[in-house]
Write a protein that binds this ligand. Structure first.
Ligand code: DC
Length: 216
């Protein structure tokens, strides 16, 4: 069994890299951000007030989240596309600060992480979800570079956004994710930091793969 944890701020390239490494090592990739996004999507759809603890708990008790063939399923329905909008990004950052949401998802993530070999990415994987992971990485990049990558992605998908909007969203999410009380984004002491600014996807994947191979 091999367990790899990747943490870092939004837009640092975690999921692209994690997918590639998973393929190379023939192990499963678990995108924990997608799980928070799925909860955010349901919260928006059902018009749930995030300050209403009871409604949040009731919704969580009645929610099923799963990965099937690399896609995220919410209550039996694939929501890969629906969760990738700027509105859901902001809501995900908000709901991920709620205790009951983190409790449910972290429990699910630990189960997934201990069943088989995985590479899991998020904000608190190395510090909280899989503290015993054999390999931990913390990926960073400047806010401008991360905003540039996200902007390109959104434009390619046909979303109408400005670079300034995307940068401001990234800064706001960084602040939420780092300053929240419960499991904030931070580097685990035993994680290897990789600054991806100016590096290609292949170059970053190579840094990770070399670390893993050289320790085997
Ligand atoms: O990685 P992402 O942008 O898809 O994550 C969406 C939000 O979920 C992000 O703002 C922070 C939150 N998140 C978290 O709190 N803990 C995780 N392990 C993963 C994501």
């Amino acid at each position: 069994m091999i367990t790899i944890a990747i943490d870092g701020p939004g837009g640092a390239g975690k999921s692209t890299i994690a997918k590639l490494v998973a393929k190379r090592l023939d192990i499963d990739y678990i995108d924990t951000g997608a799980m928070y996004r799925a909860i955010a999507y349901k919260t928006v759809n059902e018009n749930i007030d995030t300050n209403d603890d009871k409604s949040i708990r009731t919704m969580l008790d009645d929610t099923e989240i799963d990965f099937i063939g690399g896609s995220i399923y919410l209550d039996g329905r694939c929501v890969d596309k629906q969760i990738r909008t700027p509105e859901i990004s902001q809501m995900a950052s908000k709901v991920s600060a709620l205790g009951p949401v983190r409790e449910k998802l972290v429990e699910l993530q630990r189960k997934m992480g201990h069943e088989k070999s995985v590479i899991m990415d998020g904000r608190d994987i190395g510090t909280n979800v899989l503290t015993d992971a054999a390999y931990k990485f913390f990926m960073t990049a400047s806010a401008e570079e991360r905003a540039q990558r996200r902007y390109k992605e959104l434009i390619e998908k046909g979303e109408s956004v400005t670079f300034e909007q995307v940068l401001s969203d990234i800064n706001q999410r960084d602040k939420n994710d780092m300053e929240r009380e419960l499991n904030p984004l931070r580097k685990a002491e035993d994680a290897t930091e990789i600054d991806t600014t100016g590096l290609s996807i292949e170059e970053v994947a190579d840094v990770i793969l070399k670390n893993i191979v050289s320790e085997k």
